[in-house]
Design a protein around this ligand. Structure first.
Ligand code: SAM
Length: 225
């Protein structure tokens, strides 16, 4: 089985030997790949709608791993299996991911690692995960078919973490380690985009100030990397 570059990046962040729950598993590609690679101990594949659930169940039942994947028709982590220690939320918006995580704080006690691939709202996600006592320990920024992704792994921390606005915007690990060429390409484009917006003389003073602050922050990060 082969995975897209995006799902492969997600797979690479799952701790070896994990007991995972893949929330919004769709075709169950991720758990089936990880089982095939013998990288995980067990998997729960979760879907909250009958149509996608039926697709997922069919994919699992027609695989050689039908006994090893627990199928669940439920909302988010509401019925997380007791043994699950790693939750994956991929291919969803950042606010939906947060809603799913925050709706069931009682389930988080057992969850050591959360791997996310959020379409959007990544700064909000980093800030809120920090507040929920999850530290961003690994992130991979890349383009796949012209779309920018930043797949992130959060591990449980003894207490809440307050990330600065810069850490939330760029990602705390990208500020410390080489974030790679795609990160630089993306932020160079953002710098140009905000530079163009600043040419508009009708901009409100607040928008001008916000964009100038952002361009300055981007320039500093690009200078350092
Ligand atoms: N995770 C796969 C991937 O990354 O390729 C599929 C992503 S697909 C765009 C999002 C999936 O999440 C859909 O199949 C949808 O039905 C499911 N989903 C959305 N909200 C959900 C929820 N609250 N609980 C479980 N599944 C959900």
């Amino acid at each position: 089985m082969t995975l897209s570059k995006r799902l492969l990046a997600v797979a690479e962040m799952i701790p070896g030997g994990a007991k995972i729950a893949d929330v919004g598993s769709d075709h169950a590609q991720l758990p089936l790949f990880l089982l095939e690679q013998k990288r995980i101990q067990s998997a729960e594949a979760i879907e909250n709608k009958p149509g996608p659930y039926a697709r997922m169940a069919k994919a699992v039942r027609s695989s050689e791993f039908s006994e090893q994947v627990l199928l669940s028709l439920s909302d988010g982590i509401s019925s997380l299996a007791e043994e699950v220690d790693t939750v994956v939320l991929a291919g969803m918006g950042g606010r939906l991911i947060l809603r799913i995580i925050k709706d069931h704080p009682e389930k988080l006690a057992q969850v050591k690692t959360i791997v996310v691939d959020a379409h959007n709202e990544r700064p909000l996600l980093i800030a809120e995960m920090g507040a929920l006592s999850y530290r961003l320990v690994q992130a991979k920024f890349f383009y796949d078919e012209g779309i920018a992704y930043d797949v992130m792994r959060f591990d449980k921390n003894p207490g809440p973490i307050v990330y600065s606005s810069e850490e939330c915007l760029f990602g705390p690990t990208h500020l410390k380690e080489d974030p790679g060429p795609d990160f630089r390409t993306y932020w160079s484009k953002e710098e140009s985009r905000y530079g163009d917006l600043l040419k508009n003389e009708q901009l409100s003073p607040k928008a001008r100030n916000d964009y100038e602050t952002l361009v300055k922050a981007i320039q500093e990060v690009l200078h350092e990397h």
